[in-house]
Design a protein around this ligand. Structure first.
Ligand code: NAI
Ligand code: MG
Length: 386
C-alpha cells in the first residue's frame, strides 16, 4: 500500500473551507484505490505572520520552507489578508516556494465539464479541453529591474535559480534627464528545453497529438528565438506530435474564437499568466480552475497544488465558496504522484456531480454550500469505486 506524506496549508479567507473539502475528496480517492495519505497541517497564513513573523519579509523561515520539501506534495488553499503585505505572501511564500523547490512548470488545465456553462456561445462539454503549461521561473517575471530619475543609473542585479546564477551589471545613461523604469526578461536554454520537454511528455502520456508553442519572437526576438529554437530541438524527439507556433496576440484571439483547436499550450511565463486566466474564464471561471506548481522530478523538489483563485475575503466564513478548483488541484496532485486511476476517479466524480446539477454553489447560480459540494463529490467517488 502506497503512502504519501502531504503538507496541508489552508492559508486565509476561504482557504480552510475549500481545503477541507479537497482533503475530504482526496480521502475518498485513497479509500477507493487503496493508497494512504499522511497529512500534516501547517498554519502558514495571516495569523501565523501576525503572531510569529510580523515585520519579516517572508511568511515562513528558511527552515520551515525546507521542511515543506520533506513531503511528497504540498496541498494549498489560498493566502491573502489585509493584515499582511502582499509582498510577504508573494515574494515571501508563493514565489519563494517556486524558486526554492525549482517548480518550473505551472500546469493549469482548462476543461469545460458537463453541467458548467461557458461564457462563449455554443460550446458543448469537452469542446474546450486544454492542457495549459506555463513556464514558471524565468522570462519577464525574474523580478529584476530598476527605476531612477536623472541621466545615469547603475544597478547590479542577480538571478539565482536551481539551474544557474546570472549577474547583470546595468549601466544606463539617459538624455535628456527624465524618470525611467525598466524590467529585465531572461530565459536560459536549459530551462526552455526542460519546460517544452515536460509539455511533450505530458502530451504523449495523454495521447494528444498537437502542441501550440506561444511566443512573440516577431518583437522580442532575443528571448523568444531561443525559446523557439530549443522547442524545435525537443520536438525532433517526438515525431508523433505536431508542434505549431503561435504569436501570443493571435493565440488570444483563437482562444476566444475557436478554443477547441488547442490540445496542449506551452507558454512563456508572462504570456502564460495572462492566457491561462483567459483559458480558465472560458471554462466557467475561478471556481473551476486548478493549478500545479510542479517540479517533475519528485526527488529534486516538492510540487505544490492549489486553486488559482485567492482567499476571496468577500465570501470567507460564509461556507459558500466553490471547492471544485481545489478538488481538481487534488486531481493534479494524484496525477503527479503517479496515481492516475485515483486522479481519474476524482475527475469523474466531480463531473458527475456537476452534470447532475443538484448541488450548485452560489457562483454557479445555486444555493449549496462548500461542504455540500465536497460531500456530494466524495460520495459519488465512492460509488464509482471499481
Ligand atoms: P480572489 O480570487 O480571492 O477573488 C476574486 C472574486 O472571485 C471574488 O469575488 C471571490 O469571492 C470570487 N471567488 C474566488 N474564489 C472563489 C470560489 N472558490 N468560489 C466562489 N467564488 C470565488 O481574488 P482577489 O479578491 O483579487 O484577492 C483576494 C486575496 O487573495 C488578495 O489578498 C490576493 O492577494 C490573494 N490572492 C491569493 C492567491 C493565492 O493564494 N495563490 C491568488 C490570487 C489572489
Ligand atoms: Mg495570474
Amino acid at each position: 500500500m502506497k503512502t504519501y506524506r502531504v503538507a496541508l496549508i489552508e492559508g486565509d479567507g476561504i482557504g480552510p473551507e475549500i481545503l477541507r473539502e479537497g482533503k475530504k475528496v482526496m480521502d475518498a480517492a485513497a479509500e477507493a484505490t487503496g493508497i494512504t495519505w499522511q497529512w500534516k497541517a501547517y498554519p502558514y497564513g495571516a495569523d501565523h505572520w501576525v503572531q510569529n513573523r510580523k515585520g519579516f519579509p517572508t511568511l515562513v523561515t528558511e527552515a520551515e520552507m525546507a521542511e515543506l520539501g520533506t513531503h511528497d506534495a504540498v496541498y494549498f488553499g489560498a493566502i491573502g489578508d489585509p493584515r499582511v503585505p502582499d509582498s510577504v505572501n508573494q515574494a515571501g511564500l508563493l514565489l519563494w516556494m517556486r524558486f526554492y523547490f525549482d517548480q518550473y512548470i505551472n500546469l493549469r488545465p482548462a476543461k469545460l465539464y458537463r453541467g458548467v456553462s461557458s461564457p462563449l456561445a455554443g460550446k458543448k462539454p469537452h469542446d474546450i479541453d486544454i492542457c495549459f503549461i506555463r513556464e514558471n521561473s524565468e522570462d519577464f517575471y525574474i523580478g529584476l529591474g530598476g527605476r531612477f530619475k536623472g541621466t545615469r543609473s547603475h544597478d547590479e542585479l542577480e538571478m539565482r535559480r536551481a539551474l544557474c546564477k546570472a549577474r547583470f551589471d546595468v549601466d544606463i545613461s539617459l538624455e535628456p534627464a527624465d524618470e525611467m523604469g525598466y524590467q529585465i526578461g531572461a530565459m536560459t536554454g536549459r530551462n526552455a528545453e526542460r519546460t517544452v520537454r515536460y509539455g511533450f511528455e505530458l502530451a504523449r502520456r495523454k495521447k494528444l497529438t498537437r502542441i501550440t508553442l506561444i511566443h512573440k519572437a516577431n518583437v522580442l526576438m532575443k528571448i523568444y528565438d531561443l525559446w523557439i529554437e530549443r522547442a524545435r530541438q525537443v520536438a525532433r524527439d517526438y515525431p508523433d506530435i505536431e508542434m505549431e507556433l503561435a504569436i501570443v496576440d493571435a493565440a488570444t484571439m483563437w482562444l476566444v474564437r475557436a478554443p477547441e483547436r488547442f490540445q496542449v499550450i506551452i507558454a512563456p511565463n508572462m504570456f502564460g499568466d495572462i492566457l491561462s486566466d483567459l483559458a480558465a474564464s472560458i471554462v466557467g471561471g475561478l471556481g473551476f480552475a486548478p493549478g500545479g506548481n510542479i517540479n517533475p522530478d519528485r526527488k529534486a523538489g516538492v510540487s505544490m497544488f492549489e486553486p488559482i483563485h485567492g482567499s476571496a475575503p468577500d465570501i470567507a466564513g460564509k461556507g459558500i465558496a466553490n471547492p471544485i478548483a481545489t478538488i481538481l488541484a487534488g486531481q493534479l496532485m494524484l496525477d503527479h504522484l503517479g496515481e492516475e486511476r485515483a486522479a481519474l476517479l476524482v475527475e469523474q466524480a466531480t463531473e458527475d456531480v456537476l452534470a447532475a446539477g443538484k448541488v450548485r454553489t452560489p457562483d454557479m447560480g445555486g444555493r449549496s454550500t462548500c461542504r455540500d459540494m465536497g460531500d456530494a463529490i466524495a460520495e459519488r467517488l465512492l460509488q464509482l469505486k471499481p
